[in-house]
Design a protein around this ligand. Structure first.
Ligand code: FMN
Length: 175
């Protein structure tokens, strides 16, 4: 379960250019592996992280529509690239540029998921925090069961206004 007692702070942890944050989950999103840097940024030990739901590092500022899109894609064995604001155990935040994919067995069945994260570009960091703030505000302005639909519509409207697909949007930002 996510620890609701963690209070988000304004302290940012910044990924180094050479960092790769790697984690794996089972089909239900429970953490089965994290590399050393994953543990470092999460601010938790391997024993604290293994077996936990991946939302253990979810930041409350993240729009739900982004995770909804992520799960739609990976459950369909389609990869996704996404900017994610995560929260460390002490409440500090860190931004990542994640590539998430399904892991398949020899018969093509999904046996888990895999995420590799790099430092987001400066260009992405000029755009994404305010975009996500806008999406999250829209989500929080409606009842819980309507949040994903409202956030998704706002994201789709934004992409339509820019004339790009979601994938084009994130690729362009990472440059
Ligand atoms: C391989 C993999 C990696 C994930 N990485 C993150 C992550 O870094 N941060 C995060 O908040 N959620 C991540 N998620 C998504 C979480 O499983 C979850 O959907 C999200 O935190 C929203 O949780 P909630 O719907 O319980 O609020 C990941 C999921 C998978 C399958």
């Amino acid at each position: 379960m996510k620890d609701k007692s963690i209070v988000p702070t304004d302290k940012e942890l910044v990924m180094r250019e050479t960092d790769f944050i790697v984690s794996k989950t089972d089909t239900k999103g429970r953490i089965t592996y994290g590399n050393r840097i994953f543990n470092e940024f999460a601010g938790m030990s391997e024993t604290q992280l293994l077996g936990k739901q991946h939302n253990i590092i979810r930041h409350p500022d993240m729009p739900r529509c982004v995770f909804n899109l992520l799960w739609q894609r990976i459950q369909n064995n389609e990869e996704i690239f996404a900017y994610v604001k995560n929260m460390s155990a002490d409440g500090s935040y860190y931004w990542v540029y994640a590539n998430v994919t399904a892991s398949l067995d020899v018969n093509g069945n999904i046996v888990g998921y895999y995420s590799v994260r790099r430092k987001p570009s400066a260009k992405a960091m000029e755009i994404m925090p305010s975009l996500y703030d806008a999406l999250r505000s829209i989500e929080l302005s409606v009842p819980a069961k309507e949040q994903i639909a409202a956030g998704t519509k706002a994201l789709e409207d934004k992409l339509a206004e820019l004339g790009v697909t979601y994938d084009q949007f994130v690729y362009q930002l990472q440059g």
